[in-house]
Structures are given as C-alpha cells and as structure tokens.
Design a protein around this ligand. Structure first.
Ligand SMILES: [Zn+2]
Length: 273
C-alpha cells in the first residue's frame, strides 16, 4: 500500500469518471466499474498505475470514434457510437485489476507483477488500436491463420496498418510510463521491451483466439454472420466457435497473454543481471 492522500484519489477518480461518461467513452455502469478498478489500482500500484490506465481508456476511446462513419459503412464499427459498457471494462480491465491486487499482496515480486500489470494493459490497448486503426485502411484484412482475405471486422482478420496501430499504442504507453520520471521502479529498457512484446503478442493472441474459438452467429432474418447472439431483434444461430467465447472473453485472454509476456520479460532481465 502507498500513502496517497484520500482526497487526491477521490478528486482524480471523480474527474476521470465524469470525463469518460460525458465524452461517451463509457456508459454509466461501465464508468462505475472502471472507477472501482481505478480505486483498486490507485491504492495498490499507485499514480503510475492509474496514469497508464487513463491513457489507455482515453486514447483507445478517441481512436474508436476516429473515422466512425466510415467504420459504420463497412459494418465493422463498435456498436452504440463506440460507447462501451461494463462488459467491455471487464474484458479490458479484469486482468489488470487482478495484477494490481497481486502487486499489493506480494511486494517482494513488485517489479515483475508491475510489469505484468503494464503488459495486461499494453495487450488490450494494442488490440483495440490494431482494430480501430486497421479499420481505417481501404484494403481488406487477411486471416491470421490461412491468409484468406476477409471482411473488415472479422475476428482473426489482421493488417499491416493494424499492427502499426499496435506498435503506436506501445510507444504511447512507454512514453507515458517514462514521463513519470524518477518514481519508476522499472528501467526504461525493461519497460520498453515488455510493452512492445506484450502489445504484439496480445494483438496476435487476440486474432488467433478470435478466429479459432470466438462464437459466430448467423442472423436468421437477414442472413448476416455476426459476433452477437441477437440480430434484427431475434436470437441468431451459433455457426462457429463457442458461445462463452464472446468478444469480451477473447479480450481477457488477450490481456492475460500480455500480462504473462510482460512479467516474463522482466523476470528474464532480472535473472540475467
Ligand atoms: Zn439480422
């Protein structure tokens, strides 16, 4: 635990909650859950933790709205004008929240767990950016396994621009981490390597799991293949993957892979010096 004044925590979390709600990044329940996770992170990982989480939510939120009309036109935009709910918060924040709690429980491993925490965020940040930046390109993405061209927004679809988006988010996260200067427990080269690796691995894992396991449905009214179990106001038929493996579950796997990679790289650096 650290000794951050309670007043600071209340003011910062209230301000961030109002902003994410007013800017329509998160809906009401999404905002409340994010504020809860934010509180946990603030009390455990501290200022650096809340700062990185905020950078992810704000930048990913803005890029979701970037070119929204064009993304809608190809049918691949986030629903509800990019407004995200509590399920999105669980998918993107659960592993980071667990890492934050572990950070407080096992202070003797703080560097490695912090690296896992950052890796968890790096992975979902990169995956969101890969999707949202990738959707801006005209060319269709290719499937990560089999390289077949697919419709934009298809789970498993990847593109060069998407991976550049992932690297861009890694750069933003590393810059954000280094901005906090002297309070950094992790050296720049360690943070740099684990964030880049967690971003690329997380994005790739998300695509592979998305292509192989994510539930896909056919709407029996309009015939469209969709990621949601309802369409046109009725229940759609499962045609591929698993019902439990929805987009949010895939995000949890993505985040977990980033946490493992982030922690492993830091462990590697510490065991070789
Ligand atoms: Zn339909």
């Amino acid at each position: 635990m650290n000794s951050i004044p309670a007043l600071e925590i209340v003011i910062v979390l209230t301000t961030l909650s109002l902003l994410s709600y007013k800017l329509k990044i998160l809906d009401l329940y999404g905002t409340l859950l994010a504020a809860t996770i934010g509180g946990i992170v603030y009390l455990t990982v501290g200022r650096i933790g809340i700062f990185l989480l905020t950078v992810f939510v704000v930048v990913a939120g803005l890029f979701t709205k970037l070119g929204y009309d064009r993304k809608s036109l190809v049918g691949a935009a986030e629903p509800r004008k990019g407004l995200r709910g509590w399920r999105n918060v669980v998918g993107n924040g659960l592993v980071a929240a667990a890492a934050a709690i572990a950070y407080a429980l096992a202070p003797q491993y703080s560097e490695v767990i912090l690296s896992g925490y950052i890796g968890a965020i790096a992975a979902v940040f990169a995956d969101t950016m890969a999707t949202e930046v990738g959707l801006l390109q005209k060319k269709e993405p290719i499937l990560i396994i089999g390289f077949r061209r697919v419709e934009p927004g298809t789970p498993g679809g990847v593109s060069l621009l998407g991976y550049m988006g992932a690297l861009f988010s890694a750069l933003i996260l590393i810059t954000a981490y280094l901005t906090l200067g002297g309070s950094n427990p992790l050296a720049p080269h360690i943070v740099g390597s684990s964030v880049v690796a967690a971003s690329l691995v997380g994005t790739t894992v998300d695509s592979i799991v998305g292509q192989l396991l994510q539930g896909r449905y056919r709407c029996e009214s309009c015939g469209k293949i969709i990621e949601f179990s309802t369409h046109c106001g009725r229940v759609a038929k499962l045609v591929k993957g698993y019902r439990l493996m929805d987009n949010h579950a895939v995000n949890i796997v993505c985040s977990l892979s980033g946490a493992v990679v982030g922690a492993a790289i830091t462990l590697l650096f510490y065991s070789t010096v």
